[in-house]
Design a protein around this ligand. Structure first.
Ligand code: ADP
Ligand code: ZN
Length: 730
């Protein structure tokens, strides 16, 4: 029987909505749709872009069956990508439609890029041949079509010269394909001379990247050891095999320097992918990745959902970085999902870090990942000499936050015309403002957090919801005038203190509050690298990936800051962040120093940093996690219940707890809470948390799915978010 002639074919289509499975649509007669095809389909009163999924569509009542409206002229989403979307959805307990939406984030890219106008030489000759015209004719003599500006540029003439020739019929207009957004990388362009250590590592990586099978390799090398240089060789190997490559970076918008290094090595830049990209550029990158024109993407975590057609290697730089975790809608960790992507696509994955996550370290220790060590800095650069400043013994002067020991060291550094970096992971001027008469504290009306004073902007700002208000003269509680005091330091306040001590020094404050956004930040970073500042005060923005050649002192204003927050990764995080930030010093061979202001110099983290004995630190942390059955030796998931009122949030959180499958049935899974979240209110929503804890083998997802099915549906303003492998416990 000829099926086509008796009934329309029904196919499943994944629509970008919170749906659990694809919807069924009819395919109009004579239209061919292959799995992965990107389609326009009617959905309610609207039309949306969806993806043709695999197999047959579920049967639908004929009256309800609607037809697809359009098959876009666009490469289909590869099977690997469809399996990846399903995998991420199942793992994170997100509706697959919402995960699919992340792969469809460039709607205008589903239509082919329009051709651009090109010019091709005809048989006509110009009436008069000037020197400029002569040059144009010489370039165009190859018979190829040129863009108007390309030809003008190549011949070194103004475009009016070209226009004159067009007017005389010397050129004809033809359509040419749009130019690639980036040039093709050349793997033999700037091959560096590697040190023996690097050489060994590079050979191993080349082997892995050339093997066309799944593997994970962890490059564990101190800051400045040449990890980037080494993984570029894996990139070269993958490109030589005709594969596409994805390099994930935690802070892509700031990594201009990375793009330039890539250019030095491959003679072309990689395509960038991040949230600051202009929409038009975004669409072109998406399209050219799908078509295979773009061979290398350097991007933020969302680049993992680009429609690569020949992906053969993913590199995750600074793999330990918390920025890889998305905590919004689909809660996923791009580092972990990169490994999954490699497994599904059967290709190698490379993780690089100077301070690997404990998860990756344990995976390497247990043989699941291969670990490659780069123990020394490149050339004559030495790691900075670190020591603690015991703040109990060398306290700051009244009203200040910098110990005399640190101030003296800064003075000596800038006296030598070298640079100092002061690190404090706190934006603004002061994290709290209070009234000295009545004790009133300024709190955000929408969140359970203090308002942070930003003195440059003259405002009190909430860092959770963005609420801001002017700083009043009088206390709103008791009316006392001029008795409001800032408590504690932010980077602006440290800069003010430095200006008192070093009025002639050029001091720059770097944080995400900088007016002018990413562009301005890039300029400032360049200025610092060029030696146009003496002292830099910065938040964690300065910790990542920058190379400041004359920076020889890094002072950590509050080394204890991240230690006391009840997060199981507090010590690990602090160790990673402080290693990274002190690693900014001494990158060009000069002797360099790192000073940690701390009230607990005997703390394990401080001792590890100062002795440089990371091994002992990792061993102790691993033991500790093993003992407490915490990740990676146990599994965690958080359920975050929020609602407009505290009562609603608490009631639903309790209902979830009651619905939890009983302990014996759940095997080795335990549920803790609910408890009010440490951040009890954010943006006007009250929050409660439950924590699900299980052994390494426990199927937390199945357990939580059963729990959510057994519980009543959230009603009214209540929302439940599931966070598998949570990184934040706030
Ligand atoms: P990491 O990624 O480990 O921090 P990088 O790859 O950034 O280290 O290297 C640190 C610095 O040393 C960079 O400026 C890099 O260009 C330089 N470098 C490292 N290895 C070499 C090499 N083999 N030849 C030339 N320069 C190198
Ligand atoms: Zn707020």
């Amino acid at each position: 029987m000829n099926r086509e002639s008796t009934s329309r074919r029904v196919i499943p289509v994944m629509v970008p909505m919170p749906v659990e499975r694809p919807y069924s649509y009819a395919v109009p007669e004579g239209v061919r749709v292959e799995p992965g095809a990107i389609l326009r389909v009617p959905l309610g009163p609207r039309e949306v872009a969806g993806v043709a999924w695999d197999g047959d569509g579920e049967p639908v009542e004929p009256a309800k069956l609607r037809e697809i409206s359009q098959v876009f002229e666009c490469p289909p989403l590869p099977a690997e990508m469809r399996r990846f979307i399903e995998w991420v959805a199942a793992y994170t307990l997100s509706p697959p439609g919402i995960v699919a939406r992340m792969a469809l984030r460039a709607p205008a890219a589903f239509d082919p890029e329009p051709p651009v106008e090109g010019l091709r030489l005809t048989a006509n000759r110009p009436d008069r041949v000037t020197a400029a015209r002569e040059r144009v004719l010489r370039y165009a003599a190859d018979g190829q079509a040129w863009t108007r500006s390309g030809l003008a540029h190549a011949a070194g003439v103004s475009s009016t010269v070209i226009d004159g020739l067009v007017a005389q019929g010397v050129f004809e207009r033809v359509d040419i394909p749009p130019p690639p957004i980036v040039a093709a990388p050349d793997t033999s362009f700037g091959r560096p001379e590697l040190t023996p250590d690097q050489q060994l590592a590079a050979e191993r990586l080349r082997e892995k990247a050339g093997a066309e099978t799944f593997s994970v390799t962890l490059i564990d090398g101190v800051t400045g050891s040449g990890k980037t240089e080494v993984y570029f060789e894996a990139v070269a190997a993958a490109l030589d095999m005709g594969k596409q490559v994805l390099i994930l970076l935690p802070e892509i918008a700031l990594t201009q320097a990375f793009l330039e290094r890539f250019h030095d090595r491959f003679g072309a830049k990689p395509a960038e992918w991040h949230s600051d990209l202009a929409p038009r550029k975004r669409e072109r990158v998406w399209r050219q990745v799908a078509e295979g024109q773009v061979r290398v993407v350097a991007g933020a975590r969302s680049a993992l959902f680009l429609p690569f057609c020949e992906l053969g290697l993913v590199v995750v730089d600074e793999e330990h970085d918390p920025a890889y975790k998305q905590e919004d809608r689909v809660f996923y960790n791009a580092r972990d999902m990169s490994v999954v992507r490699g497994r599904l696509g059967n290709f190698p994955v490379v993780l690089a870090s100077a301070t690997p996550s404990l998860e990756s370290r344990v995976n390497a220790d247990q043989g699941r990942y291969e670990r490659i060590l780069l123990p020394a800095r490149f050339a004559d650069a030495a790691l900075p000499e670190l020591s603690a400043i015991d703040m109990r013994r060398s306290p700051p002067a009244r009203g200040g936050f910098l110990s005399p020991v640190l101030i003296e060291a800064i003075g000596r550094t800038i006296g030598r015309k070298e640079q100092a970096l002061l690190f404090l992971n706190r934006r603004g001027y002061a994290p709290l403002t209070l009234c000295r008469v009545c004790g009133h504290r300024f709190q955000c009306p929408n969140c359970s957090s203090w308002l942070v004073e930003h003195r440059f902007r003259r405002q009190l700002v909430c860092h959770h919801c963005g609420h801001s208000e002017g700083r009043p003269e009088a206390c709103p509680e008791c009316g006392a005038l001029d008795h409001l005091v800032p408590c504690g330091p932010g980077v602006e306040r440290i800069a003010e203190e430095l200006t008192r001590h070093f009025p002639d020094a050029r001091t720059i404050v770097l944080s995400s509050d900088l007016l002018g956004g990413v562009k301005r930040l890039r300029l400032e970073l360049e200025a610092i690298a060029n030696g146009e500042a003496d002292i830099v005060v910065g938040t964690q923005l300065v910790a990542k990936g920058h190379n400041f050649p004359s920076m020889t002192l890094v002072g950590v204003v509050d080394a204890d800051l991240g230690l006391a927050n009840g997060d199981p990764r507090a010590a690990e995080r602090t160790f990673q962040l402080l290693s990274q930030v002190t690693g900014r010093a001494g990158r060009s061979g000069k002797k360099s120093t790192g000073l940690l202001q701390t009230y607990q110099p005997e703390h394990l983290v401080m001792r590890a940093l100062i002795s440089g004995d990371a091994e002992t630190f990792y061993e102790r942390e691993i033991e500790e996690r093993l003992r407490a059955a915490l990740p990676p030796f146990g599994r965690l998931a958080a359920l975050i219940v929020s609602a407009a009122t505290r009562q609603e949030a608490e009631a639903h959180a309790r209902a979830l707890r009651r619905a939890a499958p009983a302990a014996p049935a759940a095997g080795n899974i335990e549920i803790l809470g609910p408890a009010e979240a440490p951040l009890a209110m954010v943006a006007g929503r009250h929050r409660f948390r439950l924590l699900v804890q299980g052994s390494r083998r426990a199927d937390l997802q199945a357990y939580i799915r059963r729990l959510l099915e057994a519980a009543e549906r959230p009603r009214g303003s209540v929302r439940v978010q599931v966070d598998i492998d949570p990184q934040s416990f706030l």
